[in-house]
Design a protein around this ligand. Structure first.
Ligand code: NAP
Length: 289
């Protein structure tokens, strides 16, 4: 439904901390660009305030709410309905208020895949994908990658049991295997796409890499969810070895783009959103969703 003619849209993001969130800048740019009247606020909500605040936002007629750390899991119990992907991923980053009914969705995974396809790998079908990490972000992206019919997804994680549990949980979705990190060379040898979903290499630990770059042959696409810095050490070294690389900014932009589209029914002005975030980042090294 296009809400733009109803009344100014009330939108926001809840989290703690929230002061450095780039979501308000990005969504304000989207509202401006599309000419939709509305406001997007950053709302600091502590865990003990979560239930009360969700009720208050419903009462105040908020149309859309993004959810970030530390509420993505706990917010689920405050909602009326969960989409299939949010239920299976076990986390909500976007709430849509449909006439007082709060629906939880997860746009992180589909946002990542849209970014990967637009910016680096148009076709994921039949590809062999290696995913480093098995945390919250990995769950979202693996779920979305599985829908693209890759030949195989291989998970490598510091804690092998966590990767094994995930491969077992989602064996109905795709051919997913978990390997211990010491078998990284074997996994990378057959990979078309390597994706870092760990926090290794993120500001301020910018000299760290989640994988020995010497394992890369140069023909892989290497992707990193981190966008602070925009080019991680892993991406720089991969690029220097001849790999095509893909950073995490697009994931942030497209998770927001899907949310904006759910709330407004209007195609998200992706380039204006990306430009607003980039412009803001030039003035600040601290980034949070
Ligand atoms: P998380 O749930 O805490 O998971 C962290 C993952 O990183 C786990 O697999 C963990 O392995 C691994 N890890 C952490 N420190 C490590 C180390 N020193 N060596 C090896 N592995 C290590 O975090 P998350 O929410 O998934 O976030 C992960 C990254 O994704 C962060 O950098 C975040 O900024 C990024 N992200 C980006 C976007 C975006 O929009 N671009 C969105 C969400 C997240 P163990 O299981 O062994 O602990």
């Amino acid at each position: 439904m296009n809400q733009s003619h109803v009344h100014p849209l009330k939108l926001g993001v809840i989290g703690d901390p929230i002061a450095h969130s780039k979501s308000p800048i990005m969504h304000q740019a989207a509202l401006r660009e599309t000419g939709i009247a509305g406001e997007y606020k950053a709302l600091r909500v502590t865990p003990d305030q979560l239930a009360h605040q969700i009720a208050a936002l419903r009462e105040e007629g908020y149309r859309g709410i993004n959810v970030t750390i530390p509420h993505k899991e706990n917010v689920m119990r405050e909602l009326d309905e969960l989409s299939e992907e949010a239920r299976r991923i076990g986390a909500v980053n976007t709430i849509i208020n449909e006439g007082g009914r709060l629906i939880g969705r997860n746009t992180d995974g589909i946002g990542y895949v849209r970014s990967l396809k637009e910016e680096a790998a148009a076709k994921l079908e039949g590809r062999r994908i290696v995913v480093l990490g098995a945390g919250g972000a990995a769950r979202g992206i693996i779920y979305a990658l599985a829908a693209e019919a890759p030949e195989r997804i291989t998970l490598l994680n510091r804690t092998t049991e966590r990767a094994e549990a995930l491969a077992q949980e989602w064996k109905d979705l795709a051919d997913i295997e978990a390997l211990p990190s010491h078998r990284a060379a074997e996994a990378i040898q057959h990979a078309d796409i390597v994706i870092n979903t760990t926090s290794v290499g993120m500001h301020p630990y910018v000299d760290e890499v989640p994988l020995d770059p010497a394992l890369l042959r140069g023909s892989e696409i290497v992707s990193d969810l981190i966008y602070n810095p925009l080019e991680t050490r892993l991406l720089r070294q991969a690029r220097e070895r001849g790999c095509r690389t893909h950073g995490g900014l697009g994931m942030f932009v497209y998770q927001g783009a899907y949310a904006f589209e759910y709330w407004t029914g209007v195609p998200a002005p992706v380039e204006a959103m990306r430009a607003a975030v980039l412009q803001d980042m030039n003035g600040s090294p601290e980034i949070k969703s």
